[in-house]
Design a protein around this ligand. Structure first.
Ligand code: AMP
Ligand code: FES
Ligand code: ZN
Length: 301
């Protein structure tokens, strides 16, 4: 197997591109995919301040590294979810990466700063753990961005994540969610812009990137996520991909090119309905936002 770019011996094949790469050319390929993502969706400009949500896993650490490699400066935000040893190890890896690369990192702890953990919140609000976790993270990312004067929040959602979410939303024809499944969701009243610069790179590519760049990441999956719907969608898509390489990318990129432009008005209609939460000021469609309601029911203090 030879590298497509330079003909040196290859270390990884990317079947979707029908190509193999040597180490240097693979890293170049990853940077190019991110550069293209940023450009295609005008994710940010030279003046914009970027906050990267970093979980200590391969995707978000690779994203932080890739932004630096492309010459952008971005600060990190880690949220301690209180999921036992899993959260502790994730935090250690995130802090170590920040220290090693001289990057600024803000750490928020759900138990210490908000008085609850994901498991308690899930039990007390009868949500799934991932539901309670996702709600808390989305709120805290946005809050941290607005309070810190950042223009954009970047997350490490990759091609596999986005294709799985797309499959779930399509199976139920969730048109509101589909309209917001944008790689660069514009800022709205009370919302920072949200971007997903890794949407063109798969899970396996991100793991390889970390290995080749010697990034020490949390390998374990979140113990609360076992058996959730998304993992099932990922398995289904992996089976499709095995039979016909390129299916995942065709599914996601086709949606972004051809369907998303048709859905835009739905996204705007949603944005028009929101006003500030009476407790925290975050945009909501009710009086008190979902995060404040969750925190009130989940906090033990
Ligand atoms: P997940 O929802 O776990 O697939 O994570 C998606 C993205 O959300 C990651 O790539 C990170 O950018 C961000 N993220 C997840 N967990 C955390 C966390 N504990 N702290 C900060 N960012 C996170
Ligand atoms: Fe949120 Fe597992 S990381 S429930
Ligand atoms: Zn609120």
């Amino acid at each position: 197997m030879k590298c497509r770019r330079c003909k040196a011996p290859a270390v990884i094949d990317v079947r979707r591109h029908n190509a193999a790469f040597c180490s240097d050319c693979f890293l170049h390929h990853c940077r190019e995919q991110v550069r293209r993502a940023i450009h295609e969706f005008s994710m940010f400009g030279p003046e914009d301040r970027i906050l990267v949500a970093v979980s200590g896993g391969k995707d978000s650490l690779a994203l932080w590294h890739l932004l630096g490699a492309l010459g952008y400066s971005a600060d990190g935000l880690y949220i301690g979810l209180g999921i036992g040893g899993y959260s502790e190890e994730s935090e250690v890896r995130t802090r170590a990466f920040a220290t090693e690369h001289g990057l600024a990192l803000q750490v928020i702890s759900l138990p210490e700063d908000h008085g609850y953990d994901v498991e308690t919140a899930a039990q007390r609000t009868r949500r799934s753990p991932c539901g309670a976790c996702g709600l808390s993270k989305r709120h805290l990312f946005n809050r941290a961005a607005l309070d810190g004067g950042y223009d954009v929040v970047a997350t490490g959602h990759n091609l596999d994540d986005e294709a799985a979410v797309l499959l779930g939303n399509t199976l139920r024809w969730e048109t509101d969610y589909l309209a917001r499944q944008h790689p660069a969701l514009p800022a709205g009243r009370g919302f920072a812009r949200k971007i997903k610069p890794l949407y063109r790179l798969g899970e396996r590519e991100m793991a390889a990137y970390c290995v080749l760049e010697k990034i020490d990441y949390q390998v374990d999956e979140c113990p609360m996520a076992a058996g959730n719907r998304h993992l099932g969608y990922k398995e289904t898509l992996n089976e499709l991909e095995r039979r016909s390489p390129g299916s995942k990318a065709a599914f996601l990129f086709g949606f972004l090119d051809r369907m998303l432009p048709l859905l835009d008005p739905a996204a705007h209609a949603e944005a028009a309905d929101v006003h500030p939460c009476t407790e925290c000021g975050e945009p909501t469609t009710g009086d008190v936002c979902a995060f404040c309601r969750l925190r009130e029911r989940a906090a033990t203090a």
